[in-house]
Design a protein around this ligand. Structure first.
Ligand code: ADP
Ligand code: AMP
Length: 225
């Protein structure tokens, strides 16, 4: 594989509902590199009823993590594609220390490394309120919140006119379980990346545009180094 020494790989850390997907989509547009969301990749596979989708289904419905081996193989395949040669915004991956180690090994193989890991910090109470009001476009994946960023017309996507839906794993019970899984398995990555000198904390309890501006500033600072 060609070397990717100048590529820009960024991991967005944060709990479920912190705004990773919202910010990754905006960053992807601003920086011209793809958003790689493992949640979206699993949901596409589920919709297409692929073998991978069927493997992931039960874990997703229960709000548990899909096993590392399956997730890592999917990301390896995705990052190897040519559209990730200039970099990628990783959203929802890694979620365990084993995934973080696999990512490091994979980027080394590709002749690159992680540049920065913004941690979008949001309280548990706000995470729950964000998940409870989340609506997604079935057609283009655009994200809305019924209170914080509502569509112009309820149930209809502003961007493409598609139908908005609430994710099957956004029921109150599954939301609480996903947050618990996050604290047990993913939150340790905060210290993991802090020790590597890659972590930058971002206050996620501000408007979408304020968080976006800060993320762009952090990435620009990092690029100058
Ligand atoms: P994640 O990908 O981290 O699970 P999302 O990007 O899906 O989170 O955001 C969860 C919900 O919160 C969505 O409905 C989104 O519109 C809303 N949201 C995201 N960022 C903010 C913000 N800064 N302020 C208010 N609502 C937000
Ligand atoms: P998300 O869209 O990021 O909220 O992810 C939705 C669901 O997909 C999660 O609750 C997990 O079941 C699964 N998933 C997404 N990313 C990962 C990952 N990195 N490791 C394991 N499971 C994942």
């Amino acid at each position: 594989m060609a070397t990717r020494a100048k590529a820009l790989y960024i991991v967005l850390l944060g709990g479920p509902g912190a705004g990773k997907g919202t910010q990754a989509e905006l960053l992807s547009k601003a920086l011209g590199i793809p958003q790689v969301s493992t949640g979206d990749l699993f949901r596409e596979n589920l919709k297409d009823e692929t073998e991978l989708g069927l493997l992931a289904k039960g874990y997703m419905e229960r709000g548990e993590l899909v096993p590392d081996s399956i997730t890592i193989a999917m990301v390896r395949e995705r990052l190897a594609r040519p559209d990730c040669e200039a970099g990628a915004i990783l959203d929802g991956f890694p979620r365990t220390v084993a995934q973080a180690e696999a990512l490091e090994a994979l980027l080394t193989e590709l002749g690159s490394r992680l540049k920065v890991v913004p941690y979008i910090k949001v309280s548990e109470e706000v995470l729950l309120s964000r998940l409870a009001g989340r609506w997604t476009c079935r057609n283009c994946g655009a994200m809305y919140h019924q209170l914080f960023s509502p569509p112009r017309q309820p149930g209809v996507c502003d961007k493409c006119g598609g139908e908005l839906y609430q994710r099957a794993d956004d029921t109150p019970e599954t939301q609480r379980h996903r947050i618990q899984v996050y604290f047990e398995q993913t939150a340790p990555l905060i210290d993991y990346y802090r020790e590597k000198g890659l972590l930058v904390e971002v206050d996620g309890q501000r408007s979408i545009s304020e968080v976006q501006a800060e993320l762009l500033r952090i990435i620009a600072d990092d690029r100058r180094r």
